[in-house]
Write a protein that binds this ligand. Structure first.
Ligand code: PMP
Length: 357
C-alpha cells in the first residue's frame, strides 16, 4: 500500500551545493572551490567556536525553548521589543512556519519567479497554491503584476529583496507603492537574507522603513553575512501577534543550545561582520565587471552572488566549471548563480569561466 502523499512524487528535491571535498576527491585535486551556496568565505566569527563548545558541554539538557537570551540580543541590536521576534532553524524554516501561521490548505501565496527555490517546495508540501509571477526582463520582481496576482484566497506574499538567485533589488518608491496597494489583511514577508550586502542607498532596509507596518514581516538570517550557516538560526521581526503565532508553530526546541550560543557570540562581532561584508562587496564589483565581459546582461547584484543569465547553457556551463574544480549553482534553462568568494577563489572561477564559455 502507498503510505505517503502521491502529490509529493512530482516535487523537486531541494538541491544543496555539492561538497567540495567530494569533488576534489573525484577530480584528484587537493581542493575544490565551492561558490554555490551563498556562504561567506571566511571561518566562523571570533568567539563563536568557543561559545558553541561551551554550550555543547551542557548539551544533555534541552535548550532554552523560548530562545530568550538570543531574542533579547536581537531585539536590542535591531531596536525592537523581543515579543516581535521569532527564531527558526534557519530563515527557510521560518518561511515554512509563516505559511503554516497564515494559510489553510487551498489558500494562495504569491511570489516572484524565479526566486528562492524553497518557496515552491514549502508551498507544495503545505498544501497551498503557489502563484508565481514571472520576473521582469531585467530579472527582478514585477511588483505591479504581483499586486495584480492577489486574490481573495491570497494569505501571504513573499518579496525577496535582494532576490536570490538574480541579485536584483527593489527600490524604496516601488516598494512603498506596492505595500500601499496590497490588501492590508494579507501578510507581506520581506525576505532580506542578503540585506547586509546591500550598498545602494535606494534599497530600503525593511526593518527600518517598513518594520512598523502591521502586515509586514521582515525575515533575516545569521547564515550569510554573520557566517553561521551551519548552526541554523534565522529570525523574523513582525507585529507581536504575528511573531507569537509563529512561535507557536515552530517545532519545539528547533534552535539548539549550540546554535543559540553561537548566534549570541556572533552578534557581538558586528564590526568584524561589517569588515567582511565590505570585502565581499568589493569582490562583487570586481567579479561582476569581469564576468560581464564574458556574459551579456549580468544584472547588478546587491547580494553576495552574481547571476549569469545563460539560459539553455546554464547546466552545461556549471558542469564545465565543476569539471575544473569550481562548484557553482545552475538553474536549468535559466542561469547560473555564482557566490562571491575570496579574491583567489573568484580569480579561479574567472579563469575557469573564460575557458568554459
Ligand atoms: N531566504 C533566501 C532568499 C535565501 O537565499 C536563503 C538561503 N539560501 C534563505 C532564505 C534561507 O537561509 P537560512 O535557512 O540558512 O537562514
Amino acid at each position: 500500500p502507498r503510505l505517503t502523499r502521491a502529490d509529493l512524487d512530482a516535487l523537486p528535491t531541494y538541491v544543496p551545493g555539492r561538497s567540495p571535498a567530494d569533488l576534489a576527491r573525484e577530480l584528484g585535486l587537493t581542493e575544490a572551490i565551492k561558490l554555490a551556496s551563498n556562504e561567506v568565505p571566511y571561518g566562523p566569527l571570533p568567539g563563536v567556536a568557543e561559545a558553541v563548545a561551551e554550550a555543547v558541554a551542557g548539551s544533555h539538557r534541552y535548550p532554552d525553548m523560548g530562545v530568550l537570551a538570543l531574542r533579547d540580543a536581537l531585539a536590542e541590536r535591531y531596536g525592537v521589543t523581543p515579543d516581535r521576534i521569532a527564531t527558526g532553524c534557519g530563515s527557510v524554516a521560518l518561511c515554512e512556519h509563516l505559511v503554516r501561521a497564515t494559510c489553510l490548505p487551498g489558500d494562495e501565496i504569491v511570489y516572484s519567479w524565479r526566486s528562492f527555490e524553497a518557496y515552491p517546495i514549502i508551498a507544495a508540501t503545505s498544501g497551498v497554491t503557489s502563484v508565481q509571477v514571472p520576473n521582469t526582463a531585467a530579472h527582478g520582481h514585477d511588483l505591479t503584476a504581483m499586486a495584480n496576482a492577489v486574490t481573495e484566497h491570497t494569505r501571504l506574499i513573499l518579496v525577496c529583496n535582494p532576490n536570490n538567485p538574480t541579485g536584483t533589488s527593489l527600490r524604496r518608491a516601488e516598494l512603498d507603492r506596492f505595500l500601499d496597494s496590497v490588501p492590508q489583511d494579507v501578510l507581506v514577508v520581506l525576505d532580506e537574507a542578503y540585506r547586509e550586502f546591500v550598498t545602494d542607498p535606494d534599497v530600503p532596509d525593511g526593518l527600518a522603513v517598513y518594520g512598523d507596518r502591521p502586515n509586514v514581516v521582515v525575515l533575516r538570517t545569521l547564515s550569510k553575512a554573520w557566517g553561521l550557516a551551519g548552526l541554523r538560526i534565522g529570525f523574523l521581526v513582525g507585529q507581536p501577534e504575528v511573531a507569537a503565532t509563529v512561535r507557536k508553530v515552530v517545532t519545539p526546541f528547533s534552535a539548539s543550545s549550540a546554535a543559540q550560543a553561537g548566534a549570541l557570540a556572533a552578534l557581538g562581532q558586528e564590526e568584524e561582520v561589517r569588515r567582511r561584508c565590505a570585502l565581499v562587496v568589493g569582490e562583487r564589483a570586481r567579479l561582476t565587471e569581469a564576468i560581464r565581459k564574458l556574459v551579456p546582461d549580468v544584472p547588478e547584484s546587491q547580494a553576495n552572488f552574481v547571476w549569469l543569465p545563460l539560459g539553455d547553457r546554464a547546466v552545461e556551463f556549471a558542469k564545465a566549471c565543476e569539471a575544473r574544480g569550481v562548484i557553482v549553482r545552475p538553474f536549468a534553462g535559466d542561469g547560473v548563480r555564482v557566490t562571491v568568494g575570496t579574491p583567489a577563489e573568484n580569480d579561479a572561477f574567472l579563469a575557469v569561466a573564460e575557458t568554459a564559455l
